[in-house]
Design a protein around this ligand. Structure first.
Ligand code: PAZ
Length: 337
């Protein structure tokens, strides 16, 4: 697979002209419009969270695809803290990645069935309908606040879910939802935590059927996905408070790359995280006058075992501090007008 292309990168318009929208886009956007209107009328701040990795199919009838690393932990965890802070949340996530609330009982960390107990009836004529299944008492203290927050969120209609799989789905949804958020003015925040592919295979270069292996090695030249942060900030969500994420594997690149992104796109905050330690130190960079301001959010590594809270142990999650910091900055930015 080649790593660099001699071609001009696609502009956002050329990208959308060449790639097809997801089948349910119009319905999805209609529901987003209604959700935003309801919360705008209530004077509530709304955050769009993107979460999880995108895929890039290599064939029209997809057998193989390129994927981006992300379990969806950052996005799902942040969504809970934004809800706690009073935001309504549009949670745009990769299908089957972690979701707010249910993330505490993911099949890999805390399988749901492990928390259940069966109590058969001892009556001689008992049927299966007399058997009770209960939640194990030991998990109740940790479960109750999660269940309570979940029920309240759902009954008040504060969480709206959207799913994507491919990078095409993601970009069409991002464009549509960002534009809908325009009616919120400064009360809208975009929190772009999804891990989005930098490369894609345009439809006109894609094989219709499964790529055959008979010819030995495979060489695919991919095109560059347009840098859509530019139209997000300059066109689609002009009044929104935009927070982008930068993931690096070389920690020394985090701050310079975050500052370069702020310089290039002119948005409000970049959150930098290193792949190995992403649940621990995290930097936030903001443009300040002619320069930049970088702050580090750090928490005690002993308190950060992901998902440990579901079993009853208290954990500290870095997203709590990220969201607190952003809520404050968003508020001050709204006041400044
Ligand atoms: O979903 P997760 O918790 O496993 O990972 C989150 C993350 C590292 C993908 C996210 O914090 C992030 O940095 N997103 C942007 C990735 C990028 O630079 O493309």
């Amino acid at each position: 697979m080649s790593s660099a292309s001699s071609q001009e990168p696609f502009s956002a318009e050329a990208y959308f002209a060449s790639q097809s929208p997801p089948a349910n886009l119009a319905d999805d956007l209609q529901r987003v419009k209604e959700f935003i209107a309801k919360h705008r009328d209530a004077g509530r701040r709304v955050v769009l969270i993107t979460s999880g990795g995108t895929t890039v199919p290599l064939e029209m009838n997809v057998v193989r695809f390129l994927d981006n690393f992300s379990a969806g932990t950052r996005g799902a965890t942040s969504a809970e803290y934004f809800l706690k802070a009073g935001y309504a949340v549009i949670f745009m996530h990769r299908q089957f990645s972690l979701q707010p609330f249910s993330r505490h009982y993911s099949h890999s960390t805390h399988p749901f069935l492990d928390f259940l107990e069966v109590h058969p009836s001892s009556a001689p004529d008992a049927t299966i309908a007399d058997t009770e299944v209960k939640v194990t008492q030991r998990v109740v203290p940790a479960l109750l606040p999660i269940l309570d927050a979940y029920k309240r969120t759902m009954s008040e209609g504060l969480l709206h879910m959207l799913t994507f799989v491919t990078v095409d789905d993601y970009l069409y949804l991002l464009r549509g939802v960002s534009k809908e958020m325009g009616v919120l003015g400064r009360n809208g925040m975009l929190y772009l935590a999804a891990a989005v592919s930098d490369f894609f295979l345009p439809r006109n270069k894609m094989s219709e059927h499964k790529i055959q292996s008979g010819k030995g090695s495979l060489i695919i030249e991919m095109d560059q996905v347009p840098k859509v942060l530019k139209p997000v900030v300059a066109e689609w969500a002009r009044e929104g408070f935009v927070v982008s994420f930068k993931l690096e594997t070389d920690a020394a690149l985090l701050v310079p790359k975050a500052q370069a992104a702020l310089e290039r796109y002119g948005h409000q905050v970049v959150i930098g995280n290193d792949l190995q330690t992403r649940n621990r130190p995290t930097s936030t960079s903001t443009k300040r006058g002619e320069g930049f301001e970088t702050a580090w959010l750090r928490i005690d590594p002993a308190l950060t075992t992901p998902g440990a809270g579901a079993g009853g142990r208290e954990v500290k999650e870095i997203e709590e501090d990220i969201v607190k910091e952003l809520e404050g900055r968003h508020g001050r930015w709204i006041e400044r007008g």
